[in-house]
Structures are given as structure tokens and as C-alpha cells.
Design a binder for this molecule. Structure first.
Ligand code: 1GP
Length: 252
């Protein structure tokens, strides 16, 4: 578990880890490569590559382009079980534990496990929990599952603990890319206090202050995707990195 152990060590040293999501659907591989460089220069601790739709056929090419320039781990964040390739360092081996759709609980994993073994990248078992975020997200629609109500932290806690007891290494609280509202701080806090595996939070986190609040609530990793795509993305990413890496904060 080299990548997993490294990520935990980085998060421990910096206060929390910053993961930047690159979506191959949104631009050409060369442009995603430039975004990867910008993200790691700004302070990203790992680059996630993936997306829940994949409307294009440039996944492999994009992962390869990102890996060519990456000085931090490149981790696949699969939107489908065929998103496996040898150019990455690791893959979040997701099970959508908040849903009751057998395909996303175990079916997809049966398809992708042999592919992962063949290419030899590190699987990081992750309990993936969708949290209701104001309006329906692509992940909810595509997975045909109900998210956990945002004001029901007890339900989120029970799911996260089940993921832990099933042996998963991470729990990912996901509001969905471009979510109207991110996962509530209170839910992050209650889940993080309740389980002993690290909590990742992502979806709809638009400001460094918001990212910092997730970390204060107990998130060990924060994911952003869309913010890099806006104007001034790299400058903003630097602010995110500072807000997340609170142990490195410089006295003003
Ligand atoms: C989606 O959590 C990620 O899985 C990123 O979401 O694009 O809203 O930052 P955003």
C-alpha cells in the first residue's frame, strides 16, 4: 500500500491532504496535462483522474499525459469499471456503499479487479457515500441510487462504519461534482469522529475557507475539481492548498 501510506503520511505532516480531480471529458489530454502541472505546483498532494460520465474516449491518453509530468501520485477515480490503466500509480477501488445497486456495490468491482491486477497498480478500497446536495448530481443519476439525506449524519455514520468493518481503507463523502451544497461540516465531523479510517470530502467545495472548515471538521483529504477550471484557477488552488495544509500555515 505504498501510495496509500504515502498519502496518509503527507496528510499527517501537513494537517490534511489536497487531492485535485482532473476530468478527461472536459478538455484535451494536452490541456489536462497543463492543469496537472499547475495543480501540483500549487500544492496538490495527488492528482485524481476520472469522471462519472466519460463522454469521450480519452481516458488512457489523459492518464498517460498526466503521469508523464506528475511528481505526485496519479490516482484513478473511476467512473466506470473499465477505467483502469497502467500509467496511474493507484486506483480508488470504490464501492458505492450508500446505494443499494448491486452493480456499484460489487458488480463493477468484479469487472475491474482482474484488470487492476493485470496492470499492477495499487487498489485503495474506498467506501463511497453520496450525500444529498441540493439537486440531483450526475453520480446519483448515473448510479440510480438515492444519496444520504444531508441532515441525517447518523445514517452517514452507520454507512461509514460498515465500510470500515468491511475492511475499506478510506471513506469518501461525496456531494457530487459541481454540487449546489458541499457535504455539511456537521456530517463530516460526526463521521470523522465515529470511524477510524480517514475521511475524504469532495463535491461543491468552492472556496478555501470552505475547504478549511471540512479539515477542521475532521476530513483527512479534500478534493476539488471544478475550481481549477475557472479563471485564476491556479492562484485559487494555491489558496486551497494553504487552507488545507493548516500545519504549514505561516504566521502573518
Ligand atoms: C467530485 O468531489 C469531486 O467527485 C469534485 O467536485 O468538481 O465540485 O470540486 P467539484
Amino acid at each position: 500500500m505504498a501510495v496509500y501510506d504515502d498519502l496518509l503520511a503527507v496528510a499527517e505532516a501537513k494537517g490534511a491532504g489536497y487531492l485535485v480531480l482532473l476530468d478527461p471529458d472536459k478538455q484535451q489530454p494536452a490541456e489536462t496535462q497543463e492543469m496537472a502541472v499547475a495543480a501540483q505546483e500549487a500544492g496538490a498532494d495527488a492528482l485524481l483522474v476520472g469522471g462519472s460520465l466519460l463522454l469521450t474516449n480519452r481516458f488512457d491518453e489523459t492518464v498517460k499525459a498526466v503521469a508523464e509530468v506528475a511528481s505526485v501520485p496519479v490516482i484513478i477515480f473511476p467512473g466506470s469499471p473499465r477505467q483502469v490503466c497502467s500509467h496511474a500509480d493507484a486506483i480508488l477501488f470504490l464501492s458505492l456503499v450508500s446505494g443499494r445497486n448491486a452493480t456499484h456495490l460489487i458488480g463493477d468491482q468484479v469487472v475491474s479487479a482482474p484488470l487492476i491486477k493485470e496492470v499492477g497498480i495499487e487498489p485503495i478500497a474506498t467506501g463511497y457515500i453520496l450525500v444529498e446536495s441540493g439537486r440531483m448530481t450526475s453520480a446519483e443519476f448515473m448510479s440510480n441510487t438515492l444519496p444520504i439525506p444531508r441532515h441525517k449524519p447518523d445514517i452517514a455514520k452507520a454507512h461509514a462504519l460498515a465500510a470500515e468493518y468491511l475492511g475499506m481503507k478510506l471513506v469518501y463523502l461525496e456531494a457530487g461534482s459541481g454540487a449546489q451544497y458541499p457535504v455539511p461540516d456537521e456530517m463530516v465531523r460526526e463521521v470523522a469522529d465515529y470511524v477510524s479510517i480517514p475521511v475524504i470530502v469532495g463535491g461543491g467545495i468552492r472556496t478555501p475557507e470552505e475547504a478549511h472548515r471540512k479539515v477542521q471538521a475532521g476530513a483527512r483529504f479534500v478534493v476539488t475539481g471544478n475550481v481549477l477550471e475557472g479563471s485564476g484557477g491556479q492562484r485559487l488552488l494555491r489558496e486551497f492548498a494553504q487552507a488545507i495544509h493548516w500545519k504549514e500555515a505561516q504566521p502573518t
